[in-house]
Design a protein around this ligand. Structure first.
Ligand code: THU
Length: 133
């Protein structure tokens, strides 16, 4: 896969974030990195808790960092893990991404060997929750 400089940067940032993941219960470390519409970069990792449901996904951490940093629009988000299968964002995280995405928002799926797949959020969540009013 031919990757751009910002995709390479997302991959490196997610790798570093993943190295800091706190996953003593699942032993499954995940890193995420976002490039916002304003070309700012934000990272997150999963943070588990002894009270299992309280744990948070890497994507949630990266989105929280983006909001705290003052950005509201995701241009690209990369998720990185090292499993038997390539991981995609869980259903809840697809909805979290959708909140700050538009039709062109890219979701990059990676393992330690590199970026393996690219989707738009609309491909991964074609009929997500939009408006209750
Ligand atoms: N996890 C993420 O961080 N992102 C996902 O999209 C899927 C799952 C985390 C949650 C938990 O800490 C570990 O991976 C195992 O499920």
């Amino acid at each position: 896969m031919n990757i751009s400089i910002s995709e390479q940067k997302l991959f490196e940032l997610a790798t570093k974030a993943r190295n800091n993941a706190y996953a003593p219960y699942s032993h499954f470390a995940v890193g995420a990195a976002i490039e916002s519409e304003n070309q700012n970069f934000y990272v997150g990792c999963n943070v588990e808790n002894l009270s299992y449901p309280v744990g948070t996904c890497a994507e949630a951490g990266a989105i929280a960092a983006m909001i705290a940093g003052g950005d509201k629009q995701i241009c690209r988000i990369l998720i990185l893990a090292d499993g038997k299968e390539l991981i995609a964002p869980c259903g809840a995280c697809l909805q979290r991404i959708k909140e700050f995405a538009d039709d062109s928002t890219i979701v990059l799926l990676a393992n330690p060997q590199g970026i393996q797949k690219q989707f738009t959020i609309a491909e991964l969540l074609p009929f997500g929750f939009t408006n209750s009013e």
